[in-house]
Design a protein around this ligand. Structure first.
Ligand code: AOF
Ligand code: ZN
Length: 354
């Protein structure tokens, strides 16, 4: 029974999609005498938490002595909203069934403790696997203090990513394009290197979906001058960060543009990961190119690989491979999920142990 109710809460939680942004997806179900009284979820970033959403739907008489089934440990802090555990105690809830503890340091077990201290029975770990799968990036970020990093590649059957020369080569089809837009929307930051910027001149926006918090665009490049006339700087929905190895004369004028940040430093994968940590960007999609992606592999900083494989051939010899030079030590991946996108195939594999 408990797992059935938790399953309902999981289904509710998913309704929000990426609208919860840096907050987790959370669902809650209120049960009394074996009957579901109400179902709720966290709708959007800054909105009511799932617990409040569900309690709002019932009378105080109904809530008294009921059981609350919630995917995430109720919060104990004053954030954008008051603490849910206080609200739960005030409502006279007798038992709280929790899917997972909150890895966020402001909560981290304190919500459970508050409930126990106020004579509310607490059950934890119900349907743990499904519940944790609601928020892989959030969980990873607060458990390991670094963003979840996914590499995205597209390749032909003969394993190439680009034809000879510096022109952009279209490899994958329209369905893959739409899918990669959805993929982008699930990340809080997107990263490319200088060659990808100059060859592809990408916008790095999520054009097929409306988003309240589009991913931050990060570009590693030698100097900011390279970005000057690129389309990326015409994009003002969301921020663009130019991560430059050297200072240049164009830094000040580009920094003055709305939503553009220029930072000078030694932008290793570890430094980029640290930047994400500082800014609370929980997930990073490394879109290219091959050398930047190889650097992330070498730094042991990848968690997932998404590859679009198209039934075309590019041919030629010595052309760019999917990956630049990587250490011989192999990364191990879990069983991948496969999805057909028209005639393209998407392979998505999470690293073992993540
Ligand atoms: C949510 N929705 O349903 C629950 C959350 O800034 P605030 O006040 O919205 O608080 C966000 C934190 O609250 C979040 O990181 C998590 O630790 C906790 N629980 N958050 O957005 C919810 N239950
Ligand atoms: Zn809360």
């Amino acid at each position: 029974m408990l797992t059935d109710w938790m399953q309902l809460a999981v289904t509710r939680a998913k309704k929000a999609g990426v609208a919860t942004y840096q907050n987790p997806q959370v669902g809650a179900v209120l049960v009394k005498d074996g009957q579901v009284l109400a179902q709720g979820y966290h709708h959007y970033f800054g909105g009511d938490h799932a617990e409040v959403d569900v309690l709002r739907q019932v009378t105080s008489e109904q809530a008294k002595d009921a059981t609350l089934v919630v995917t995430l440990e109720p919060c104990s802090h004053y954030g954008k909203t008051p603490p849910c555990c206080e609200r739960i105690v005030q409502a006279g809830i007798r038992k709280v069934v929790i899917g997972q503890l909150d890895p966020h340091p402001v909560v981290g077990g304190k919500g459970c403790q508050y409930l126990l201290d106020h004579d509310v029975a607490v059950v934890t770990g119900c349907l743990a696997k499904e519940v944790r799968a609601l928020n892989p990036h959030y969980n990873h970020f607060y458990t390991h203090q670094r963003p979840w990093v996914t590499l995205k590649t597209a390749m032909s059957l003969d394993g190439k990513t680009n034809a000879a020369g510096d022109a952009r080569t279209l490899i994958s089809n329209q369905a893959s394009y739409a899918d990669s837009q959805r993929l982008r929307s699930q990340f809080q930051a997107i990263l490319i290197g200088e060659r990808t910027l100059t060859i592809d001149d990408p916008q790095l926006t999520v054009r097929l979906l409306a988003m309240t918090h589009p991913p931050v665009r990060l570009i590693v490049l030698n100097t900011s001058a390279v970005a000057r006339d690129r389309r990326i700087l015409q994009e003002t929905t969301g921020e663009t960060w130019l991560l430059c190895r050297q200072a240049s004369a164009s830094d000040a004028s580009l920094q003055a543009l709305p939503n553009v940040e220029v930072r000078i430093g030694d932008w290793t994968p570890a430094a980029i990961s640290e930047l994400c940590l500082q800014h609370g960007w929980q997930s990073l999609l490394v879109e290219g190119g091959a050398h930047l992606q190889a650097d992330f592999v070498a730094a042991n900083l990848i968690d997932e690989w998404v590859s679009y494989i198209a039934p075309t051939m590019i041919g030629g010899a010595g052309l760019p491979a999917v990956m630049g030079a990587v250490p011989t030590e192999q990364l191990a991946f879990e069983q991948p999920t496969l999805k057909w996108l028209g005639t393209d195939l998407r392979l998505r594999a999470v690293r073992k142990g993540v």
